[in-house]
Design a binder for this molecule. Structure first.
Ligand code: PYC
Length: 318
């Protein structure tokens, strides 16, 4: 019987399953190099952790690994039920709050190496401290974000819509001119619409820079409580319950490029379930650096058990 310790948290409703230690060693190297080894040689571990019956398509996983960059304290690799993510905003907030819960970090700033760059995470002190509280509010200075393509037209269900292709740590197609209402009552419709967009992007060869797949689709609508409400379809079939940290970063880059958001101005992005992230963007030299702030809550701690006799020990195949 193999045991894999884990801790689950959620950030604005979107869960993150942290694996604080890999159950085997991988050769030292950059976090991107360690990801390549995990992807090529140990992908069963990802499926064991996140596929049913132990996991589900809603969960995002995070491996805590050794960083190669000298100024980083941690390395993190994010994954979901269909593959690996470049960065993950809600996931990073969850990892930092979980490390705080474990007493491994105190309020202050740490640097985290991800496969797509270094993220600076600031854990804020608890406002009104009670003895058992752990600080759980986190601001992430994300990897630089940018818009790659503007107003790309697509024909969906007989209507022309337009989307921007932007990077925020993952690739996004961001759409405003759709007819759907961004509400949890419309989840099926929103998911179907986004899946059709993703299908057409693939069929039409529309990609991010260096031919990267655009695997996140983001729709925007009005919000009464924030500047905007979004629906984000993640790689696979699940939607983001949080406002999506990397998606909000991509959105900030587009707003800035359009002159609709100034440097340092706060943008409040609400998710489909009502949770809110605060974001702002700053120009650092030639680059646009987004900062995303949110809270995460630890929910469960335990060990996954893998019995070699179990026909679904490696998860139900997809
Ligand atoms: O918060 O960046 C994010 C994210 C990506 C996929 C799910 N959440």
């Amino acid at each position: 019987m193999k045991s894999i310790p884990y801790i689950d948290s959620h950030t604005g409703g979107e869960p993150t399953r942290l694996i604080p230690e890999l159950p085997f060693s991988v050769p030292r190297g950059s976090v991107a190099e360690q990801l390549a080894v995990l992807q090529q040689q140990h992908d069963t571990l990802r499926k064991t952790i996140l596929h049913e019956p132990r996991g589900s398509d809603v969960l995002v996983g995070a491996y805590l690994v050794a960083p190669a960059q000298q100024d980083c304290q941690f390395g993190v690799i994010f994954f979901n039920d269909v593959g690996y993510l470049g960065m993950c905003g809600h996931g990073m907030i969850g990892v930092i709050a979980t490390l705080s819960f474990l007493g491994r970090i105190q309020p202050g700033t740490v640097k985290v190496e991800t496969p797509v760059g270094v993220v600076e995470a600031t854990l804020h002190p608890t406002a009104q401290g009670k003895a058992n509280d752990y600080p759980n509010r986190v601001s992430l200075k994300n990897v630089p974000a940018y818009r790659f393509l503007t107003r790309v037209p697509l024909e969906i269900a007989g209507k022309t819509i337009h989307g921007d292709v932007a990077w925020g740590g993952n690739w996004f197609f961001l759409v405003h001119d759709h007819d759907l209402v961004i509400t949890a009552a419309n989840l099926e419709q929103l998911t179907g619409f986004c899946r059709e967009i993703r299908r057409q992007l693939t069929a039409g060869g529309i990609r991010g820079s260096n031919g990267a797949e655009i695997d996140h689709i983001e729709l925007f609508g009005a919000s009464r409580e924030a500047d905007s409400r979004n629906f984000v379809l993640c790689p696979g079939a699940a939607y983001d319950r949080s406002p999506c940290g990397t998606g909000t970063s991509a959105k900030l880059a587009c707003l800035y490029a359009d002159g609709k958001l100034g440097a340092g101005q706060v943008w409040r992005q609400q998710s489909i379930i009502g949770s809110i992230f605060e974001g702002k963007i700053e120009a650092v030299g030639e680059q646009l650096v987004p900062t995303i702030t949110g809270e995460a809550w630890v929910m469960a701690r335990g060990e996954l058990l893998v019995d070699s006799r179990d026909p679904f020990a490696g998860g139900i195949p997809k």
